[in-house]
Write a protein that binds this ligand. Structure first.
Ligand SMILES: Nc1ncnc2c1ncn2[C@@H]1O[C@H](COP(=O)(O)OP(=O)(O)O)[C@@H](O)[C@H]1O
Ligand SMILES: [Mg+2]
Length: 258
């Protein structure tokens, strides 16, 4: 359903994606794993049409989407739901109008009906009606994230991109959100691509996994395979260890003898 083949993307000298590949099967949930700054968000922004790759092919349903504007993508594939890492809500719109945006602006639904649906979607992410009239700057980070999620799923899109949906949520709300993602895939038959580094969440939502490291897709497999693979990058991620091939550039403090 969704394919990226040999995608490269650089910002100046910063070569973020290098011949990157991924594939999400129709009606399945793919998770992208990778360290901070490895290019995961860039990858989703390329699929959404907010960034244009320097080379490589992207297809949805076998149609090449390189160079298609977001509008053209929507016309061809229907609404594409996206939860941004920082939620990216419209600051001047209250919560329910944020959630209803795609219904009113995209589908031309009348505001009363869109309001009803927005309240339902808010309830699905654990937010009460009293939140609906608030502005984004009156919400906590976790609430903004949930409003962003309600907005992403409001039109019941067949294609969903989630950038770190559970980051900043408590474990109970995290589980609620994971179940919602699973139900979008299983009940609505959507194809979802999710970025996470929460291994618990990955085990709940993933059918397949791709690992991004230094711009490349260094491992692909099913969620079951993450426990049996001896790939050192996956092992390090699964075990949450600072020892392994993935190193973080840190300044060592309090070195021996100092
Ligand atoms: N619009 C942009 N312009 C310049 N550099 C960018 C832009 N977006 C992302 N980058 C750079 O690309 C790299 C990967 O970023 P990102 O995809 O956000 O990482 P993550 O894997 O944590 O989501 C970072 O070095 C970041 O600074
Ligand atoms: Mg990111």
């Amino acid at each position: 359903m969704i394919k990226m083949q040999n995608i490269s993307k650089a910002f100046g000298n910063n070569h973020v994606l290098k011949d990157f590949n991924l594939e999400a099967k129709k009606g399945s949930s793919l998770v992208i794993l990778g360290g901070s700054g490895s290019g995961k968000s860039v990858c989703l922004k390329c699929l959404l049409g907010l960034l244009e790759p320097d080379s490589g092919d992207m297809t949805i349903n076998k149609t090449r989407i390189n160079g298609l504007s977001q509008k053209q993508r929507t016309r061809t594939f229907g609404q594409i739901g996206m939860l941004f890492q920082n939620a990216a809500l419209f600051d001047s719109l209250n919560v329910w109008r944020n959630v209803a945006f795609g219904l009113i602006e995209g589908q031309g639904m009348n505001p009363e009906q869109a309001h009803e649906i927005a309240l339902l979607k808010l309830a699905q992410v654990g937010l009460q009606e009293s939140v609906a009239e608030l502005l984004p700057n009156e919400l906590s980070g976790g609430m903004r994230k949930r409003v962003g999620l309600a907005r992403a799923i409001a039109t019941e899109p067949k294609i969903l991109f989630f950038d770190e949906p559970t980051t900043g949520l408590d474990p109970i709300m995290g589980q609620v959100i994971d179940e919602l993602i699973v139900s979008c895939v299983k009940e609505l038959g959507a194809t979802a691509v999710t970025i996470t580094h929460d291994m618990q969440s990955l085990r709940r939502i993933a059918d397949d996994v791709v690992m991004l490291f230094e711009g490349r897709d260094i491992w692909h497999g099913s969620v079951q395979e993450i426990d049996s693979t001896d790939n050192p990058y996956i092992r390090q991620f699964v075990e949450g260890s600072s020892e392994g091939p993935i190193t973080m550039p840190l300044f060592k403090l309090g070195a021996k003898g100092s």
